[in-house]
Design a protein. Structure first.
Length: 288
């Protein structure tokens, strides 16, 4: 598996993930206390949609391009506005030529008191991220493996914030490493908000991950909550391109589930490929 950010910039997976990210950060803004965002596998930050990597799959054409042309209800338009305003800020002439990755989505929603730590090990992507965040006193780019950084950087001194875990899934044991790293981090910071992205290809692998995370959250004191979101734009066909994306949100804002129930049905038509998309939104029950 290879889900390196540059090849999939602006895809339906990014759209769903970044809408969720923006809604959580918008919620955190409601209190004046500072928060911190920790992005464990940050990528290059800004992606050229006319570049070779983005052109290879053209996934943004059936992702962010369709969303920006979609007619949403007033309520959904208001909920997606913080995210889409950031995308538009990187495309000032109205032509969709660049897509901001998760570090820039997060950076666009930081207040003066908030901070971002972005971890990226791959040299080319790290250099690009440093360039785009150069001289930004609120954002720090770290040359560190995300799996090492995850337990090392929690809890943040602010004691409020979000950890985004979005690995490339290049290694065969990535699901196992994800479970182990989350477990170590959650033990140190059980009150933090965690957003875990995964490719929804193997039902066995995804269900095992969900059960592990849900069980750890339920065992915390006080018990944490977990929300599972999967969005499919078409049936998954063997080794074909990814058509189903998954997110696990641990300790989600109490507002998030209701907001997603409003937004997700309106994404089914514009993001669907060969028919309407489908989504699954549930609170997983941990097995005993």
């Amino acid at each position: 598996m290879n889900y390196r950010h540059a090849f999939h910039a602006g895809s339906f997976t990014d759209v769903v993930k970044h809408i969720v990210l923006a809604r959580i950060l918008t919620y955190l803004q409601d209190k004046p206390a500072a928060f911190r965002v920790i992005d464990t596998h940050a990528g290059a930050g800004l992606y050229d949609l006319e570049g070779e990597e983005a052109r290879r799959g053209g996934e943004w054409l059936t992702g962010i391009a369709r969303l920006m042309q979609a007619r949403l209800s007033n309520e959904s338009a208001a909920l997606t506005k913080p995210y889409l305003d950031i995308v538009r800020a990187y495309n000032p002439k109205g032509e969709l030529r660049a897509y901001p990755g998760s570090p820039l989505i997060a950076r666009g929603l930081l207040r003066p008191q908030d901070r971002l730590v972005a971890c990226e090990l791959e040299p080319k992507a790290r250099k690009a991220l440093i360039d785009v965040l150069r001289r930004d006193e609120q954002a720090r780019v770290v040359d560190l493996d995300g799996w090492v950084a995850l337990p090392a950087f929690v809890p943040p001194k602010e004691r409020r914030g979000l950890v985004l875990i979005d690995p490339p899934f290049e290694a065969k044991d990535e699901f196992e490493r994800l479970s182990e790293a989350f477990s170590a981090a959650f033990a140190k910071w059980p009150t933090g908000i965690y957003v875990i992205w995964y490719p929804a290809k193997s039902r066995r692998a995804t269900d095992t991950l969900v059960q592990t995370v849900a069980r750890l959250a339920a065992a915390a004191k006080p018990p944490g909550k977990c929300l599972r979101l999967e969005f499919s734009v078409a049936p998954q066909a063997g080794s074909a391109a990814l058509t189903s994306t998954g997110l696990l949100i641990v300790n989600p804002p109490y507002t998030l589930q209701g907001e997603l129930k409003t937004i997700l049905p309106e994404l089914e038509m514009p993001l669907g490929q060969g028919g309407a998309a489908r989504f699954r939104l549930e609170v997983p029950k941990p097995s005993l």
